[in-house]
Design a protein around this ligand. Structure first.
Ligand code: DC
Length: 227
């Protein structure tokens, strides 16, 4: 199976890049962050505290997450209901980061991710794909960009969807999430030594996609350096 891991901090463009790379290669795209967001949404809708493992762990037995392809996009369903829009609400980013610290939540989702990767050619974007979910993946990327550039991009993305959130707040949220994601005890965000790092701060989308695809070609030709 072809498994391509694309990890990196929030707002580095992982989902956009992963989606395009998957489409160009004709394989599936799996947004693992959306799974954490779905668990967070379920917890919040149930009136529970997403940062409390006592609150969240008992809910896992009632959660079923599935993906459907719809044109260019993936639809994520939580117990059969399309939650693709709801999980993108700004506050869900913070709640997803909170539930993602809970080891039982991670193992619940990691099992699903490994199963999907075992059975299909897939680009997975996340934080721990290279380090924990699929440490043996042949293609590993660490996509990053400066916090300021990521905040500016997120600000524009939200504005396009009609959500006006001040830049300073978004920047602070990004810094907080970076800290949380990099410092949690279990499967934190790290760049593994064998992942190819791409800093997209001053690159266009096309340049990043081309860089990923050409590294994949090079690895296939046996010349991948892993750096
Ligand atoms: O990629 P995203 O912003 O949609 O992810 C939401 C949160 O989920 C993020 O703050 C960290 C967490 N996450 C994770 O811990 N591991 C993953 N593989 C993907 C996301």
């Amino acid at each position: 199976m072809i498994n391509i891991a694309i990890d990196g901090p929030s707002g580095a463009g992982k989902s956009t890049i992963s989606k395009i790379v998957a489409a160009k290669l004709g394989i599936t795209y799996l947004d693992t962050g959306a799974m954490y967001r779905a668990v967070a949404l379920y917890a919040v809708n149930a009136g529970k505290d997403p940062s409390s493992s006592e609150d969240v762990v008992p809910l896992l037995a009632d959660i079923e997450i599935s993906y459907k392809k719809s044109g260019e996009d993936n639809i994520i369903c939580l117990n059969g209901i399309d939650v693709s829009q709801d999980i993108r609400r700004h506050e869900m980013s913070k709640y997803a980061s909170e539930v993602s610290k809970i080891p039982q939540v991670r193992m619940f989702l990691v099992e699903m991710q490994r199963n999907i990767a075992r059975n299909s050619d897939v680009v997975l974007d996340g934080r721990d794909i290279s380090s924990f979910v699929l440490p043996d993946a042949k293609y590993k990327f660490y996509l990053t960009a400066s916090a300021e550039e990521r905040a500016a991009r997120r600000c524009r993305e939200l504005a396009d969807k009609g959500q006006i959130v001040p830049y300073e707040r978004i920047l602070q949220d990004i810094l907080d999430r970076d800290y949380n994601d990099m410092h949690r005890d279990f499967a934190p965000l790290v760049k593994t030594d064998d992942a190819i790092e791409i800093d997209s701060s001053s690159m266009t989308l096309e340049q990043v996609v081309d860089a990923v695809l050409s590294h994949i070609e090079r690895i296939d030709e046996g010349n991948g350096t892993g750096q």
